[in-house]
Design a protein around this ligand. Sequence first.
Ligand code: ARG
Length: 590
Amino acid sequence: MKQFIEDIEDIFKSAFANAGYDESYGVVTVSKRADLCEYQCNGCMSAAKAYKKKPIDIAEEIVRQIGDDPAFEKVEAVMPGFINITVSGGALAQKLSGMAKDECFGFEKEENPKTVVIDYGGANVAKPLHVGHLRSAVIGESVKRIISHAGNKTIGDVHLGDWGLQMGLIIEQLKDDEPDLPYFDEEHTRPYPHNAPFTLEDLERIYPKASGRSKEDEAFLKRAQDATLKLQSGYEPYVEIWKHIMTLSKADLKKNYDALDVHFDLWKGESDAQPLIPDMVKDFKNRGIAVESRGALVVDVSMESDTKEVPPCIIQKSDGAALYATSDLATIIDREKSFSPDEIIYVADKRQELHFTQVFRTAKKAGIIGEDTKLEFLGFGTMNGKDGKPFKTRSGGVMRLEHLIEDIKAGVYDKITESDDISGEEIRRIVDIVGLAALKYGDLSNQASRDYVFDIDRFTSFEGNTGPYILYTVVRIKSIIDKYMAGGGDITSDMSDLSAPVTDKEKTLMIKLTSYPGVLEAAYKELAPHRICQFIYEVSDVFNGFYHDTRILSQEDEEQKKAWIKLLAFTKDILVQCLKLLSIDVPDRM
Ligand code: ARG
């Protein structure tokens, strides 16, 4: 469906053409001076140069051409040659009614749907989930929903870090702590236990201990590296330990992601790519894609156009070990085979950009992925504390996700109990929903690549550009509609015929709502959830302005009341759809 502003622009383009000018001058923008008009056309200024006329003369000509088009309430040429546009309420109502009938409210789905793999989450097995992973999960989930909303097939893959040094660290620490476990019996005389001989809590203790030790004790680090290599080459006792670690850790990760309302189609990891590595490396070597350099195997990926040096992509170390890039390349082969995707999007810390540049270039150079397949890196910035440094706990360690969520819920809890009389069970449910909204919105409302400051006070505030403020607005609308319905009103039969506005603030709200398809389009094209956040914040603001000035439920004219309720319902539907795309839930009340 054409956007409202495009409808207006079409009228202006025809007017320019009919008056003998190039239609490209008919560009219409949203007015920067809302006090003067709603939209404006500034094309006469440049047309004047091209046609050697006075801008105001052209502007007046265009206004005459437009005449009394029903789309407008007023079209006015002003010095030195701008055209101020006030649209008609009828045209607005007609447009919004059309949008309301459409499932996507006027947003056009992809004509040729694509298959898109989204690699996000990226938690590391047996290590605590930290705030960096939060960003990947939250942004990735939203991006996936937006792409899917546009009609594409999406495959979300958590791509666990499950094949690294952490495994060797745990194995060696376990060996020291419990040398009698059958895995460490060189004679292999006893069977390996069916159930893990350690718990998740044990792992949560063992890993930090081992990790800390490896930083001070070089011999221990070397042992862990050797154990990792042994695991990677298939040494059975260690593979057995690894399987137990995987089972425990995955179950815990699932719980964490579920709690965030983040859901993956695939629970694959680096380990799944390992079987493909030997053949891949051989193939790269045979075809001369990879060459030897100081004992290692590398792929030259530099390009003449590079302004910064892009070092070769190392796919095998001199000791024969595979690297992070090797796993990612083998994973591309796997994804190509399973899905032949049109696009793969990686949502990871922006400090990994060079890694992905190397991987993407290698993949293209080696032809393991189609020439037209888009490989895209969506890098996000760091979540900082109020001191501007990467977010830490009070004791200085990395913050675990659960604790972060607890803290933010506590922040919400204070505000809700402060102001309300809802009790017990319901409060807890509300706090869960609003807490997550505060967290996710606080993250998503920033452009992903930017660093941002995690500020519980601000994120949980019911005022300003926050999750709770948006939810509060939706809940307010719901409650007005509920009251209307409880009083015998009914809007269910003719939801989609909206009426022309009768107040200025109502009109402002309606104009804002017309921009929804354009906002979604931008969010989709740019993979930018923050565009949606900005929009719902603006909608909430203009809605609250309208609500503040208008006595809706006590309106005596029943027809008028009904018209407003319908506009409210439409506003709510759009807000709820947006929140769904951000993976934010709405409570019944708050
Ligand atoms: N596990 C990685 C980390 O914690 C993120 C994985 C990103 N995805 C990928 N395909 N490399 O940094």
